[in-house]
Design a protein around this ligand. Sequence first.
Ligand code: ATP
Ligand code: MN
Length: 266
Amino acid sequence: KHASKIRLDNVKQSQVREKDKADRATAELVLDNRTRMILLQMINRGFVSEVHGAISTGKEANVYGAVLYPENADEPTQKAIKVYKTAILGFKDRERYITGDHRFKGGVGKGNNRKMIEAWAQKEFRNLNRIYDNGIPCPEPITYKKHVLVMGFLGDKRGYAYPRLRDARLVGDNVEEQWHSLYVKLLGIMRRLYQVCELVHADLSEYNILYHDKELYIIDVSQSVGHDHPRALEFLRMDIKNVGDYFRRQGVDTLQDRTVFNFITA
Ligand code: ATP
Ligand code: MN
């Protein structure tokens, strides 16, 4: 049986560059006692066995790699743990996503920063459930507690996360064709997200999509809103613009934003 532990000193992620050292220091600061307690509880409850180094350190959240060694002799599975930060900066404009979401009516006050970030974890968990259950590629939602979310890991066996679409390097003699079919695929995903999941991502771009083996994975859905949210269509237009701009830069002959909007909402 494997010992359970939180191993933050032994960082295996090799994407970490020198100039990320400052970020990494910040990353370890985010593991205050409350966060450690929650991680230990998740270990005790068998959601994960070990917590590893940071996959990503950002303004609003850090994402850590983790492993679960199952009770039976099954292969260990990799997980990802997103820890939302209690920083006051960066959360001010997030208010607008919660306001108007009937699931959070009267629940989240502006002044209560802690309740606010806890709402983000819950929101991301619920949104992931809807997206995952409808068969759109995304991390498998596993559990959440307070400001900590556990999900499936999107990456290879060595622990390398799949690249963001922003960093994906397509290879082969039909790269142009591949970009075109990724574009078409993404429009289909956006349509299903809207029509079937009844969600608008609201922060969709090449930074919140992971790429692997011709597949696109939607991530970072804490700010996603229901399609009945008062600003849903405004957010959708923003998503459509980001996606169109990016694929146009990759040489794809993109559709007009208006056409895409009609395709998604019709
Ligand atoms: P910030 O805005 O602070 O950077 P964020 O809210 O953008 O954080 P995410 O986009 O959800 O956080 O995740 C940040 C990065 O972590 C992603 O770009 C991706 O590289 C990695 N990541 C997130 N979730 C997973 C996952 N389930 N599997 C593998 N990698 C992941
Ligand atoms: Mn992101």
